[in-house]
Design a protein around this ligand. Structure first.
Ligand SMILES: Nc1ncnc2c1ncn2[C@@H]1O[C@H](COP(=O)(O)OP(=O)(O)OP(=O)(O)O)[C@@H](O)[C@H]1O
Ligand SMILES: [Mg+2]
Length: 357
């Protein structure tokens, strides 16, 4: 973990607003000690021209409003592969650039969603990819500087584990859009050797599926957005027997295509690396506790909704003995609620002391 500020005042607890933030590549989620739970698509847009400005009546649009008007705006997704595109400390960083502005707009919007009241002290825990660099985490702290009083940046899958109270002998696999993060819990704050961040996650599936659809359906233009929407509705790995047929517009008329194999291939494309790293984290664990670790394998993130995934992971790991693989009940808020819980549990002294984790 890394902190943005270490001077914590001893305010009465009613005057502290605790916020858990999952700053995601595709979607961010926020949960607060006042019971708010909200999400926003992690995208910022600027009207392209006068007409777009007249239409939107705003200089900047954020989240779903931006996606809904995507033809009228220049869009920036402030995160790439799970980390912020703009790092103030990077050589040549331009604080006036669109990337810098996008980061600022998105983080301000997320804090607004938390509805802080005047005079409240804000303490935020924010998720970052498991193996993000110190610079990546610093960029997150910098992005909320001035918006919150104190910020701690922690590994996303660790926050999911914390929220589920899986403190010991558990393996979390968080399948996001930009990154797939693995984290093994062993009764203490996980170290680097307990965590992995892989680049093949949801966006990788989308690109692969998009490419396969374009190869298959030559008589209709297919966008990446369309591929993602189909994936989010039907995503599956091996065990499903159903046939997935989608209507595409060809010369103004719907034409049905069987996309089952393309979707299966795209969804399964993230499996080999994911299994390889899960396996490594299991076999390098203290052998006395490996059995228990294998009983607590938890899938999180939007990608945990791929049908058949838990069973596929289980069957690929049973060579070492029995395994139990489950998916979190709430993939949207598991990270943010874990972050909120950590923020609330952290004693004042820890808010002061917390440094690298
Ligand atoms: N039903 C579904 N089946 C499969 N994938 C899905 C489903 N719903 C959402 N996804 C995918 O989950 C991903 C988003 O998950 P999540 O919100 O956990 O990611 P993120 O936090 O934005 O990204 P990251 O953690 O990489 O920064 C996207 O790739 C999205 O397409
Ligand atoms: Mg995420």
């Amino acid at each position: 973990m890394s902190t943005a500020d270490s001077s914590v005042s001893a305010m009465p607890s009613g005057e502290v607003l605790y916020i858990g933030i999952d700053l995601g590549t595709s979607q961010s989620a926020v949960a607060t000690s006042t019971g708010i739970q909200r999400t926003v698509a992690s995208v910022v847009g600027w009207p392209k021209d006068l007409i777009s400005y007249k239409l939107l009546k705003k200089k900047v649009v954020i989240g779903e409003e931006c996606l809904k008007n995507r033809m009228a705006v220049d869009m920036i997704w402030p995160q790439e592969q799970g980390v912020l595109r703009y790092r103030p400390s990077a050589p040549g960083a331009d604080a006036g650039s669109r990337e810098a502005e996008a980061v600022r707009h998105l983080t301000s919007y997320i804090i607004e969603l938390a509805e802080p009241q005047p005079g409240q002290e804000i303490r935020a825990v924010i998720g970052a990819p498991a193996r993000s660099t110190a610079e990546d985490r610093q960029a997150v702290s910098d992005a909320v500087d001035g918006l919150v009083d104190h910020a701690i940046v922690a590994s996303e899958p660790f926050l999911v584990a914390y929220g589920l109270e899986l403190f010991n002998n558990a393996l979390i696999i968080d399948i996001g859009a930009g990154t797939l993060d693995l984290c093994r819990m062993h009764g203490t704050i996980p170290a680097d050797e307990d965590q992995r961040t892989l680049a093949k996650a949801g966006n990788y599936i989308d690109n692969r599926f998009h490419m396969l659809l374009q190869e298959k359906i030559k008589d209709s233009p297919i966008t990446l957005e369309m591929a993602r929407r189909i994936k989010e509705q039907y995503a599956f790995v091996s065990s499903q027997k159903e046939v997935i047929t989608i209507d595409f517009q060809v010369n103004g008329r719907p034409k049905a295509y069987d996309v089952t194999e393309s979707l299966r291939e795209a969804c399964e494309s993230i499996l080999p690396e994911m299994i390889l790293h899960a396996r490594e984290l299991i076999v390098t664990y203290d052998s006395e506790f490996q059995h228990e670790l294998r009983q607590n394998i938890v899938l999180a993130g939007g990608g945990s909704q791929i049908r058949g995934l838990a069973e596929e992971v289980r069957s690929n790991l049973t060579e070492f003995g029995s395994c139990r693989v489950t998916a979190v009940d709430d993939p949207v808020f598991a990270g943010a609620t874990g972050a909120l819980k950590l923020a609330q549990d952290m004693p004042d002294s820890e808010w002061q002391r917390a440094s690298q984790a």
